[in-house]
Design a protein around this ligand. Structure first.
Ligand SMILES: *Cc1c(COP(=O)(O)O)cnc(C)c1O
Length: 369
């Protein structure tokens, strides 16, 4: 069993349920009313998860999450706008790279990878640079698992009359985001993370007025969210071929999300996964990289054992042979590895993963205590 179907403890693609995978056994016609119904229902549910029903719309987009981030920056930031990008990891840096490629002026505020951005810093930076029109924030920076204070930063940005673009890719559906109290211009997430669908589509939540006002901003045809929205609104169809199987799988995954008890239940399961994982690894002598107060229950970064015999590739391979796929670290200065807590996995799976890690250390003769 272990060799054929490993459990992915990676934050997307991740482990999906059999019910979700089975939803991909049907071929859907992209012009067919039944497929349009899937898209409409999916979008309604995604908006409702953020409490945005009636105020916000969902624009789905083909591609991985980064496509949706790039589409949001290009669509919402005018060519003469300027984005303040808040960075404490690789996804923040990627957001700055997107601004650069799109030719959008931007400034970068970087904190160490274990330090969240503070609302006070954002307040001061906006005061100092009146050219800033937009602020870009990564809600949970998946490169470590650190949580940035979205509601507090959103309040500061709104108080200054600036607009917030949130990459909530790994947190959406797992951590509460309330569109009624957290003002944002665009909030971006994707199918294959905490909603437990398969990868292949991103989506952006926004107010329709903001989408309509974004005319002429982007130079891209395929990544124009305003066009995508207007076409969908007019025809019920995606502009260009939709990832039909991905949509069907996400639709089915969302029914299970509701069956489970929605956001509170999903959040609670991930939090238990995370606690079980950290406690188990601590018993093995492995320390997590982040302070508990800033650790999101999405993915955990662990310091690698100091033992000179440790090599990530050997460790990874031996744990994989026991049925679990881990993730390499993404930090430049410290040797780490990462373990995801999201996906169709339970605390019992986390216990088994810890046991597989313990057995691997014994096999490889690695001392951790
Ligand atoms: C997964 C993720 C993305 C998108 O990455 P893709 O590889 O394009 O799917 C963007 N931001 C964050 C925070 C993520 O976790």
């Amino acid at each position: 069993m272990a060799a054929s179907a490993p459990i992915l403890l990676t934050p997307g693609p991740l482990t999906t349920s059999e019910r979700t995978r089975k939803a991909m056994l049907t071929d859907w016609g992209s012009w067919d009313g039944s497929f349009n119904g899937l898209t409409a229902s999916l979008c309604d549910t995604l908006v409702a998860i953020a409490n945005g029903s009636g105020s916000h719309v969902c624009v789905p987009l083909q591609g991985s999450g980064t496509f949706a981030v790039e589409a949001a920056v290009g669509t919402f930031v005018p060519r003469d706008g300027k984005m303040l990008v808040l960075v404490n990891g690789a996804y923040g840096r990627r957001l700055a790279t997107i601004c650069e490629r799109l030719g959008r002026a931007h400034g970068v505020h970087e904190t160490p990878e274990d330090v969240p951005t503070t609302p006070e810093a954002v307040d001061r930076l906006i005061e100092e640079d009146r050219a800033i029109t937009h602020v870009g924030l990564i809600h949970c920076e998946t490169s470590t698992g650190i949580l940035n204070p979205l509601p507090e930063i959103a309040a500061v940005v709104a108080r200054h009359g600036r607009r917030l673009i949130v990459d909530a890719m790994s947190s959406f559906g797992a951590l509460p985001i309330d569109a009624r109290t957290v003002p944002f211009e665009a909030l971006i997430a994707a199918s294959g993370k905490g909603l437990e669908g398969v990868p292949g589509m991103g989506f952006v939540l926004a107010r329709e007025e903001a989408l309509l006002a974004a005319e002429g901003n982007t130079a891209s045809l395929a990544l124009d969210l305003r066009d995508q929205h207007l076409y969908l609104r007019r025809t019920g169809q995606w502009r260009f071929t939709p990832p039909t199987h991905v949509v069907a799988a996400l639709h089915e995954a969302l029914r299970q999300y509701e069956d489970e008890g929605g956001l509170p239940a999903r959040h609670a399961r991930y939090a238990r996964n995370c606690e079980t994982l950290i406690a188990g690894m601590r018993r093995l002598g492995l320390r997590s990289f982040l302070a508990p107060a800033v650790q999101a229950p999405i993915i955990v970064t662990f310091h690698a054992p100091r033992d000179g015999r440790y090599r990530f590739a050997d460790f990874y391979g031996a744990v994989r042979d026991k049925g679990f796929i881990l993730y390499p670290g993404k930090l430049t200065r410290v040797e780490t590895f990462r373990v995801g807590c999201i996906g169709a996995v339970t605390p019992a799976d986390m216990e088994r993963a810890v046991a597989a890690v313990a057995e691997t250390f014994r096999e490889l003769g690695i001392e951790t205590l």
